[in-house]
Design a protein around this ligand. Structure first.
Ligand code: PRP
Length: 237
């Protein structure tokens, strides 16, 4: 194990503790881990790092209490029309980092060179995944920013809007032949994600997979069939 891998194991356990801290008291975490509250508190505040052995032990003990899918599901807040707010998930950088780590493991050996998403809500997760993969993240916007010479652009009709929307991506953002992982927080109709695939085509880049935090309906299976690439969602509604 190299130093970076060792550090990652240590940081992972701190992230787990920080996420669990939102649902469990220090007393409860102390019972789960068998460690004194003072030690756990120092880990959570980053004052002390666990050894690799201790980190492994803790990961094993904490894992049954932290199911990432359940954690996301539990945090979704629905309004009276059935629409949900993802902010309580997207705002938790520790939770997103833990999810990103699992996604990155799947794509580590696929030669993926860039993560692509659509502004706005896809960005926090896409950044974490790109960070885990050690690659850059780029995002298409719904407006043309000044200072960019050339854009790839695509019109599409988001299902709920009934009006034409355009996504713009600076042409330098994707290179010819680059392998691209498409990430978004939510997929409903799949129109945004199809538009992202079209932007890849314009750049002669190759989408190698898609990952979503939440999918609604069976769109994930449809996209998998249509594009013949891995398409996954952590939570299916
Ligand atoms: O599968 P679809 O039906 O295309 O919907 C999914 C898209 O909708 C949301 O973005 P939105 O367009 O609302 O923009 P925002 O991220 O700025 O809120 C979400 O972040 C996805 O990008």
């Amino acid at each position: 194990m190299n130093q970076l891998e060792a550090m990652k194991e240590k940081i992972k356990v701190i992230r787990m503790l920080r996420v669990l801290k939102k649902s469990y008291t220090y007393e409860e975490l102390s019972k789960i881990t068998g460690l004194p509250i003072t030690v756990l508190n120092r880990y959570v505040r980053g004052k002390v790092l666990p050894s690799v052995e201790r980190a492994r032990e803790l990961t094993e003990k904490l894992s049954p209490y932290l199911n990432l899918e359940d954690e996301v599901r539990r945090r979704l807040k629905y309004d009276s029309f059935g629409f949900f707010d993802t902010m309580s998930v997207l705002s938790d950088t520790n939770l997103l980092a833990l999810i990103a780590e699992e996604v990155a493991l799947r794509y580590m050996k696929t030669g993926v060179g860039k993560v692509l998403t659509a502004a706005t809500d896809g960005i926090p997760l896409a950044v974490q995944i790109a960070n885990e993969l050690g690659i850059d993240v780029v995002y298409a916007k719904k407006k043309k920013e000044v200072g960019v010479d050339k854009f790839y652009e695509i019109n599409y009709v988001p299902s709920a809007s009934g009006s034409i929307t355009t996504l713009y991506l600076p042409a330098w953002a994707l290179k010819k032949g680059e392998r691209v992982l498409i990430v978004d927080d939510v997929i409903r109709s799949g129109e945004t994600q199809k538009a992202l695939i079209e932007l890849c085509k314009q750049a002669d880049a190759t989408p190698v997979g898609m990952f979503f935090l939440i999918s609604v309906g069976d769109i994930v299976d449809k996209l998998k069939e249509e594009y013949n690439i891995p398409v996954d969602a952590l939570v299916r509604l």
